[in-house]
Every structure is written in structure tokens, then in C-alpha cells.
Write a protein that binds this ligand. Structure first.
Ligand SMILES: *Cc1c(COP(=O)(O)O)cnc(C)c1O
Length: 338
């Protein structure tokens, strides 16, 4: 195998040895199959291609200082995929099957789990697609669930730092009663243009307000939002945001650290009252926010006045990472040791 420069990997695709697959036919899941192919062969009328019957998940496995490989809260990814499946009429992948396939995909590709010191990880990508043929708009009668893995580099190459976000009012990623709460590809297609606008204007990512009134905070691109003030961790309550497993974990850790936790609508004007804020998700864990700029209106909401991540964010980040790496006690039973 060619030598991988772990510390300089990006969040891209690197070929690994195997992926695992399972097919739903005649109303039941079949046996787990191991494949070394990077391609799938599907019907030209498959519902995933035409009608967006597609969902995915994302999680990471880490090589830890004790030499073991740990996977973070993988059962929660299974539960979220089940919720997504109910939302877009796909069969649910049972938690045991999901977890078994995830462990298998990591174990079969163990040589791609980056060394601890690199800060890199093995990204786990489960995918569920409608493969049965339909021309009318109906759910498929056959589905494929697969998991592939790929090594990804450390998110913060130059250390924990802040990023600036742009509110792009001309585009929404999801509607209040739409699919924003499900991890489906369509939400990402809907976000590509706003993301481009934000990038072109020099920002790290686009920032979403609620689609109905444009009065409340929804999400930071493909990550949840939190703000901190007076020792309180505040995160939006909204029907159009994706329930982030990282955010749910942060709410627990915030409580463990003696903070108060509030989940409620956050008016846009409240942004500048936060002492700290960040985007939370599997990719970065916490990506601290410097400022948020309302592009069309020209309003700036500055959060990190010195441009530096705040103390609570750092504490939460460090605590979270220590649990993932097995260097802090796993009080809530979040990690699976391979
Ligand atoms: C995946 C995702 C997140 C982050 O969820 P995690 O479980 O923390 O990785 C947040 N928002 C959107 C839109 C997502 O797709």
C-alpha cells in the first residue's frame, strides 16, 4: 500500500479495501455481503436516481492512545437513519444490522484507521437507497444499504480556530414541515448554491434562518448551531434542522460541566449577545464562530471579538475528544470498542 500522509488528508475520498452491503427484497433484509468494488450496478429507473429516495449517515472511528479502535455513538446513527427511513418511506435498517455492518466495515479496513498522533480518523459513510424501478412517484420495492469507509484528515490543521459565516437570504435548505430533519441528499442539493454564494463572498459557510419567517436561527450549513452566554448552552428548537448527534452529546456534556442547557427558538437579533458560538457536527466536532454576516442586509453579528475560540467551547471540545479517544471516562456509554 502506498504511504498515506495522514495529517495532510483532506475531507475527501480515499479508496479502501472493502465495503459492506445488504439488500432489502421481498420485504426482508438479506445477508451481509462484503465487496471490494467501488461501484454499484442499479436499475435506470431506481427511485434513488429519480425521486430522491436516498439517505446517508456519517460517523468516525478513531485509533486511540491505548491502541484500540473506538467508534462514537454508532447506535444513534442507526436510530437517526431509522427516523429518516420513516420520513421518506424506506425500510428501517435494524440497529443490530447497522452496528454489525459498521464494525465489519471498519475491521476489514483496519489498515486505513489513521494513527492517533495524526489527528485523522476513519470516516464511516452508511448509505440507504431505493433501487427498485418505478416510473410513477412511489416508494421502491427494493433497497440497498451499504457502508463504506474512508480516512479523513484532521479538521483543524492549524489548531482550534474561528470561522465566519454568511446568512444568504435568497435560499433555504429545507421547509418547516419538509425534510430538513432527515439526513437526505436532497437537502444537500438544495444547499449547494447558497454554499457557493457564501464561499464566493469569502465566508467559510452559509448560515440558515428559519424558512418561514426568517426570524430565527436554523443551522450553520450542514452543522447545528449553539451559542453560549452566562454559563448557558443555547441551541435552536426547529422542525427543519437535522438532529445532530454531536449537538445532543454537547448538551449532555454542557450539563455535566455545570452549564444550563436551553433548546428554544433563537431570534436572529440575539446572535450578538452570545459570548461564544459554534457549529457542531461530526466533521469538526465544534467549529467556533467568529462572526455571522447578513449578506443582503449588511448586518454583522460579531461573536468572538478577539477572533479566538472561547473557554467553554474549548472545554467542551476537549472533553468530547477525550471521550472519543478513550482518555476520559465514557460515563454515558457512547463509545463502541472494536
Ligand atoms: C449530519 C448533519 C449535521 C451533524 O450531525 P452529526 O450527527 O453531529 O454529525 C448537522 N446538520 C446537518 C444538516 C447534517 O446533515
Amino acid at each position: 500500500m502506498q504511504q498515506i500522509d495522514w495529517a495532510n488528508l483532506s475531507f475527501g475520498y480515499v479508496k479502501t479495501d472493502y465495503n459492506v452491503r445488504c439488500y432489502w427484497r421481498d420485504g426482508a433484509w438479506g445477508e451481509i455481503e462484503v465487496s471490494s468494488s467501488e461501484t454499484i450496478n442499479i436499475h435506470i429507473a431506481a427511485t434513488c436516481l429519480h425521486y430522491g429516495q436516498e439517505a446517508f449517515e456519517g460517523q468516525k472511528a478513531f485509533r486511540c492512545p491505548d491502541g484500540k479502535i473506538r467508534i462514537f455513538r454508532i447506535e444513534e446513527n442507526a436510530a437517526r437513519l431509522q427516523a429518516t427511513s420513516r420520513g421518506i418511506m424506506m425500510p428501517e435498517v435494524p440497529t443490530e444490522l447497522f452496528v454489525e455492518m459498521a464494525k465489519k466495515a471498519v475491521a476489514l479496513n483496519e489498515r486505513f484507521v489513521p494513527p492517533y498522533e495524526s489527528g485523522a480518523a476513519l470516516y464511516i459513510r452508511p448509505l440507504l437507497i431505493g433501487t427498485g424501478a418505478q416510473v410513477g412517484v412511489h416508494p421502491a420495492d427494493e433497497f440497498m444499504f451499504m457502508i463504506f469507509v474512508t480516512p479523513v484528515g484532521p479538521y483543524f490543521k492549524g489548531g482550534f480556530a474561528t470561522n465566519d459565516y454568511a446568512i444568504v437570504r435568497s435560499y433555504d435548505r429545507s421547509a418547516p414541515l419538509g425534510t430538513g430533519c432527515y439526513k437526505v441528499g436532497g437537502n444537500y442539493a438544495a444547499s449547494l448554491r447558497a454554499n457557493q454564494v457564501a464561499h464566493d463572498a469569502g465566508y467559510a459557510c452559509e448560515f440558515y434562518l428559519d424558512a418561514k419567517e426568517k426570524k430565527y436561527i436554523d443551522e450553520c450549513g450542514a452543522a447545528n448551531f449553539f451559542g453560549i452566554k452566562d454559563g448557558t448552552y443555547v441551541t435552536p428548537a426547529s422542525t427543519s434542522i437535522l438532529p445532530s448527534i454531536t449537538n445532543a452529546s454537547m448538551m449532555q456534556l454542557a450539563q455535566d460541566l455545570g452549564m444550563k442547557v436551553e433548546r428554544r427558538p433563537i431570534p436572529l437579533e440575539e446572535l450578538s449577545t452570545f459570548e461564544e458560538a459554534g457549529a457542531v457536527g461530526t466533521a469538526a466536532v465544534i467549529s467556533p464562530i467568529g462572526k455571522i454576516v447578513d449578506l443582503e442586509r449588511g448586518t454583522e453579528y460579531v461573536i468572538a471579538r478577539d477572533g479566538q475560540p472561547g473557554p467553554w467551547s474549548r472545554k467542551l471540545y476537549d472533553t468530547f475528544r477525550a471521550i472519543q479517544y478513550g482518555t476520559a471516562p465514557d460515563r454515558h456509554g457512547w463509545v463502541t470498542i472494536l
